[in-house]
Ligand binder design. Structure first.
Ligand SMILES: N[C@@H](CCC(=O)N[C@@H](CSC=O)C(=O)NCC(=O)O)C(=O)O
Length: 277
């Protein structure tokens, strides 16, 4: 992997890397914050943050304010891109399909299936790449994310519980099979057979697989997508029925965007640090 840029931050380093992915068949970029401990060679717990629709690794690095909190807890913070990209990669004019809208799954349908293999990329290729190059503790990896990335964090943790040992989400798309964004993406990426969609729906996965640890979700009550797209109440009910320990915190006045994310970033990083130490 090639180091594209680095800058000192909070005693550590904010870096951007690019590499050729065998899984997606494209160049992929990701950002990493390395705390001082990692620069000194100590193996550190690592938190993956998955971003939402229309974003890349960049918004959380510049607006989410993770570095100060990751530095405080000696935690590596990895922000991958939201999809494969490029002129030869399938795309759609709409913001909620195609490039920057992968929904973090492996597409089975043409034209997406050529490159949109984000689940395998995030759960196999990227962790291995990181472990080979940086002091990532393979037994202390957690995952979080926002909106589409919250859906990715919940579903990837539930589907890969031996890889991710802690999970949280900010305003996640919690029940994509019943929301407009999710239904559109799943039909395109997974095909019309809705029976296959449940394998990527956090509510269905909680019912089927459960989760042995705890889950933290923060949700703004002034979020324009709350009822039509995110469906936190469905996830709350699914966790209750499955006896999963969910902490869902509701915040009056907060909307869907990065001021909300930045406001609760410290709590999410502390949540993971405590469970990964
Ligand atoms: N309002 C946007 C639609 C896209 C959008 O809301 N993106 C969200 C994530 S939504 C779920 O994944 C986001 O975080 N955007 C970043 C930002 O800085 O706004 C539009 O009209 O395009």
């Amino acid at each position: 992997m090639k180091l594209i840029s680095k800058a000192k931050a909070f005693g550590g380093e904010q870096r951007l890397y690019r590499h050729q992915s065998k899984v997606t068949g494209t160049e992929m970029e990701f950002s990493v914050f390395l705390p001082r401990e990692a620069l000194e060679g100590f193996v550190c717990p690592t938190l993956f943050y998955l971003s939402g629709l229309t974003c890349s690794w960049e918004e959380v690095v510049t607006q989410g304010l993770p570095q100060m909190h990751a530095a405080k807890h000696g935690l590596i913070f990895v922000a991958p891109d939201t999809s494969p990209r490029g002129d030869n990669v399938a795309d759609d004019d709409a913001y909620d399909l195609g490039q920057s809208a992968s929904f973090y799954l492996d597409a089975t349908e043409e034209p997406w299936s050529d490159h949109f293999k984000m689940e395998t990329y995030l759960t196999s290729e990227l962790p291995k790449l990181l472990m080979g190059a940086l002091p990532v503790d393979e037994d202390a990896m957690g995952i979080t994310g926002h909106s589409m990335g919250g859906h990715g964090a919940l579903t990837l943790a539930l589907r890969h519980p031996t890889l991710f040992h802690s999970v949280s989400a900010l305003a996640p798309i919690s029940n994509p099979v019943s929301g407009l964004w999710g239904r559109k993406a799943f039909e395109a990426y997974l095909g019309e057979e809705e029976a296959h969609w449940d394998d990527h729906d956090a509510c269905a996965l909680i019912a089927k697989l459960g989760w042995e640890g705890q889950i933290l979700i923060d949700q703004g009550l002034a979020d324009e997508y709350l009822e039509d797209q995110l469906k936190p109440w469905a996830f709350e009910k699914a966790c209750r029925l499955a006896n999963v320990d969910l902490t869902m915190r509701l915040h009056g006045g907060y909307d869907h965007y990065y001021h909300f994310i930045a406001s609760f970033m410290a709590d999410h990083i502390e949540w993971h640090a405590k469970r990964l130490e």
